[in-house]
Design a binder for this molecule. Sequence first.
Ligand code: GLU
Length: 284
Amino acid sequence: MADDLRQGYRGRIAPSPTGHLHLGHARTFLVAQQRALDVGGTLILRMDDLDGPRCTPEFSAAAIEDLRWLGLRWHEGPDLGGPHAPYTQSERMPRYAEAFERLRASGLIYPCKCSRQDVLRALSAPHEGEEEPLYPGTCRPASPCVPAEKRDGINWRFRVPDGGDVTFHDGHFGEQCATAGRDFGDFLVWRKDGFPSYQLACAVDDALMQITEVVRGADLITSTFRQLLILRELGHTPPAFFHCELMIDETGARLAKRNHALSLRTLRAQGRTPEEVRRLILDV
Ligand code: GLU
């Protein structure tokens, strides 16, 4: 690890409590913990619970319990507090609202009436594997302007710099580059249900919690480009990034929360020890 990354290292693990954690999450979190431990850094637990009714307090509590059982330890978090409390996203709304207003003032976000179905219909070839389809620009104003609409009740998108390259050095995968408007389009920053998108909440929290390195799954590399644009617009120095390989099951499919057999809960109920589970993770 480069010396400048060692200095005051702050990493984070950020589960979404939409179900029980599985081996894939556990592996990413163990890598995150190891990278923090290697340099005597600080590890933060953040609960990413903005995904509407899918997130429950029961899953949050279960995640904390399962992570502790597996041997993960953090220095700041919902259960421990810390200088950047609260560490649960649903309790941090004023920070996201403030970031939203700053983006509004910059003229780079706009309200959008399109439903996800509209967006998909307008695309001749949906981008496979993209968690957010390339937006065709239906509601995008001709030039940046400061919209006066009320924030809630409508979706808001970030206007990406078309044709502009966004690059970063990934600690695991090396140089990464994506072209705005081609590899990803105008993306959601605020949802009509009154909550920030994952992209906005994550970028704001990583900045305010002074995270120096983000360790997470490779499926979020495309999100990193979007978050870099938000961070730049808000004037924050971006953290370093280290994306981990995703775990796959015996059929070659990515592990998901629906693979109950591989949830930490199930393995634990079957009598596996934390050491056995850690070994399983290193074997696959
Ligand atoms: N909460 C997100 C997830 O579980 C991860 C967020 C992140 O690491 O940036 O998929």
